[in-house]
Design a protein around this ligand. Structure first.
Ligand code: ATR
Length: 279
């Protein structure tokens, strides 16, 4: 019997995870299946679906919106990545136990360093946005050796609160938070990451041109949308190096796959399949 894995979310039809993990399984010759499960909108539906999958012999799950917080809460154990993110995107089902992990930030760091080709050690990193997407990547960015992390958000207080809360847990990396408007007067960054949901509604957060240091990388966590307003804005500011989040999507999946199976898949074939030109 092949081992069973699944992605759970609501809605779930749009998920690329079955395609990605199917290709990984094929390429690494793992005897496994991977399906998509809709956790539904009813209270308790997510937890029931996870327990039913586990009881049926399921070995692991990817978790997407809106269940990432609930996934962490129902776990018996969690990695520090999941705990600091306050959310889990990956579960390992080990007999009666549920272990939670979050591979989003590790995926982002791997994509920036290995695929885009920008080492993060010593770099000044600006994260735009102060929601779950930002929280989920702070620890791996710090562990990659960023010299400094700044969080800038439309609502300044949320950025300040997030920076204050996470500061003691980031291995001594300097972190500060504030409003997008405060950036106008301020510093330049080597890596500017859009972690807001603005691109999903065709908007760009108001990042001033001065925030992009010469040679900076502009990275949008969304994928499949071509050149987003944020990336276009970065180009207009003179930023030649832009990337979207397709690589993050693929690398977070590879990290989950490796955590489950102990085998790291080559991500190049999947990337060639999912990449959309940034134009
Ligand atoms: P996620 O979990 O994806 O991070 P979230 O917690 O709802 O989602 O956070 C969305 C983030 O995008 C917030 O930082 C939000 O800014 P506010 O805190 O000021 O609401 C930001 N955001 C969404 N639309 C935006 C826009 N048009 N311009 C700037 N920031 C935007």
């Amino acid at each position: 019997m092949p081992d069973r894995y699944a992605v759970i979310g609501h809605p779930i039809a749009h998920s690329q995870s079955p395609l990605i993990h199917g290709l990984f399984a094929q390429a690494t010759a793992q005897d496994m299946t991977y399906e998509a499960i809709d956790g539904g909108a009813e209270p308790g539906g997510f937890e029931r679906a996870v327990q039913a999958f586990r009881a049926a012999g399921g070995r692991g799950m990817n978790v997407t919106l809106p269940f990432k917080l609930a996934a962490l809460q129902m776990a018996n154990e969690a990695t520090d990545n999941a705990r600091l993110a306050g959310a889990a995107n990956t579960l390992r089902l080990d007999g009666g136990r549920i272990e939670a992990h979050n591979t989003d930030g590790i995926g982002l760091v791997r994509d920036i360093e290995r695929t885009v080709g920008v080492p993060l050690r010593g770099r000044r990193v600006l994260l735009v946005g102060a929601g779950g997407a930002t929280r989920g990547v702070l620890l791996p960015l710090a562990r990659a050796g960023a010299a400094r992390i700044a969080i800038a958000n439309r609502t300044a207080d949320k950025a300040r609160a997030l920076a204050r809360e996470l500061a003691p847990h980031l291995d001594g990396v300097a972190i500060d938070g504030g409003g997008l408007d405060a950036l106008a007067a301020g510093d330049a960054f080597d890596v500017v990451i859009n972690a807001t949901s603005a691109s999903l509604s065709g908007q760009a957060p108001a990042v001033p041109a001065t925030a992009f240091a010469p040679g900076a990388l502009a990275y949008d966590m969304v994928y499949g949308k071509g050149l987003t307003p944020f990336l276009a804005q970065a180009q207009a500011a003179g930023c030649a190096h832009v990337a979207d989040g397709v690589g993050m999507l693929i690398e977070q999946a590879a990290e989950a796959f490796a955590w489950w199976r102990g085998v790291r898949p080559d991500t190049r074939a999947v990337r060639a399949r999912l990449t959309v030109p940034l134009a």
